[in-house]
Design a protein around this ligand. Structure first.
Ligand SMILES: [Mn+2]
Length: 431
């Protein structure tokens, strides 16, 4: 497999840390054994865990006020793919990429697929973009796309989604993620029911174009760019639309797209129960944003979400198999560093959730022992599973300390020289 980080450097950096890791791993293994947990089983599962990188996340994000591009950021999908390869080489838990169109559209998809194959990267959920007009676009999305009052704009948005499915088929993806910013900025501007009817009618046309083995995932977002009402503003509208459209349509949960303090883990449970959980966009949020790095602010919430996911796995819940993706905006960090760290933080939540004794928890729940039930979760969360994550990485040839190797390799500096910035280039937004 083609590598972008020098193998000799990676091995030398790992060699410096391997002895300490072995000691820490053995100590943690002993501790877990006292709770009848086999560390090797957990490490094997950690090694299998993968979360997809969003192609748009490899560039510096920005806000509607400004964007401050970083040195050496990727200028096209081929260069984004190069950065995704680095992230995966070092973290060992990001073997797939989620592309966004038309940002990532190329003339020759076989060339793109071949480059991904060489890096050992797969393509997962393709994303459509009907939240901005493209140069020369005949019918505007200013007043919405799939729910626009004008049929010509709706038809354009439908056709774009069908085109995106076609691109995804060429890359080997199996799902389409649809997020639209449609909505209104003034009370009375939009007839809620008629707008939702138009949205559903448009989505029916896209659904008809789904290949048999594909799924469509609807992403909700509370607000922005529509600040009064958004057509799919929460999991309620999302689920109603997904139920209306059919079994191949499911809901996608972006952690940052809820009102502050929303009980997201409970939403996840409901969607699992009704076989409607399509996938995740992981990130963190303080207010109404979806821009912070995963697990950087609310690691316990992220753990509680994984507690529901691992529980579904444990119970062999029918129809369960959500797609895991990151979706965050990096404004002040090197995007590759943020994505490496975030992927590992998501993996960390998964591993901690594996440590919960499910049968003991069910017993506490049935017996109404609220405190012990709560402690069963908190004790798993409080355990430092870093040695497990590092050992899983080492065993698959990734880095014990990914960020140290990344900085030692001088990757960004090298890219700053290899990728001179086009002063006229526009940056991709964030969804
Ligand atoms: Mn998202």
């Amino acid at each position: 497999m083609k590598k972008r980080i020098d193998s000799a450097l990676l091995e030398a950096e790992n060699a410096k840390r391997e002895s300490d890791l072995n000691s820490d791993y053995a100590a943690l293994g002993e501790k877990l054994a006292r709770a009848d947990i086999d560390i090797e089983t957990i490490t094997a599962k950690a090694g299998e865990f993968q979360v997809a990188v969003p192609s748009w996340g490899t560039g510096t994000g920005g806000t509607r006020f400004a964007r401050f591009p970083g040195e050496g950021e990727p200028r096209n999908i081929f260069e984004k793919l190069e950065d995704c390869a680095v992230i995966n080489e070092l973290s060992g838990c990001t073997d797939s990429v989620s592309p966004h169109f038309p940002w990532d559209k190329v003339d020759d998809f076989s060339e793109l697929k071949q480059q991904a194959d060489e890096y050992g990267l797969k393509w997962v959920s393709v994303n459509s973009n009907t939240f901005q007009d493209q140069p020369g676009q005949e019918h505007s999305y200013k007043y919405g796309s799939l729910s626009n009052t004008q049929k010509a704009s709706r038809d354009l948005a439908i056709q774009h989604n069908l085109d995106v499915i076609e691109y995804g088929q060429k890359l080997g993806a199996k799902s389409l993620t649809v997020w639209v910013g449609d909505g209104s900025n003034h009370p009375g501007q939009q007839h809620f029911q008629r707008a939702f009817e138009r949205y559903l009618a448009s989505m029916e046309e896209i659904y008809k174009g789904l290949p048999d083995d594909w799924e469509m995932h609807i992403e909700h977002k509370m607000f922005e760019p529509a600040f009064y009402s958004t057509i799919i503003q929460d999991w309620g509208s999302n689920l109603l639309a997904a139920m209306h459209l059919g079994p191949k349509c499911k809901s996608l949960v972006d952690l940052g797209h809820h009102a502050p303090n929303t009980n997201i883990e409970m939403i996840v449970s409901r969607l699992i129960q009704f076989k409607k959980l399509g996938g995740f966009h992981f990130n963190d949020s303080k207010y109404g944003d979806d821009d912070l790095d995963s697990g950087s602010l609310h690691p316990y919430q992220q753990f509680l979400i994984f507690n529901e996911l691992v529980d579904a796995e444990y119970r062999n819940q029918e129809g369960f198999g959500p797609a895991y993706m990151l979706d965050q905006s990096h404004n002040v960090t090197d995007p590759a560093e943020s994505l490496i760290n975030s992927a590992i933080e998501v993996q960390r939540s998964y591993v901690k959730a594996l440590l919960v004794n499910r049968e003991a928890l069910y017993g506490f729940q049935e017996g109404n022992d609220a405190l012990m039930a709560s402690l069963e979760l908190k004790n798993a969360f409080n355990l430092d599973v870093s040695p497990i994550l590092a050992m899983a990485r080492l065993r698959k040839g990734s880095a014990i300390d990914p960020l140290a190797v990344y900085r030692q390799a001088g990757y960004r500096k090298a890219m700053a020289e290899a990728r001179p910035r086009d002063p006229n280039a526009t940056g991709s937004g964030i969804v």
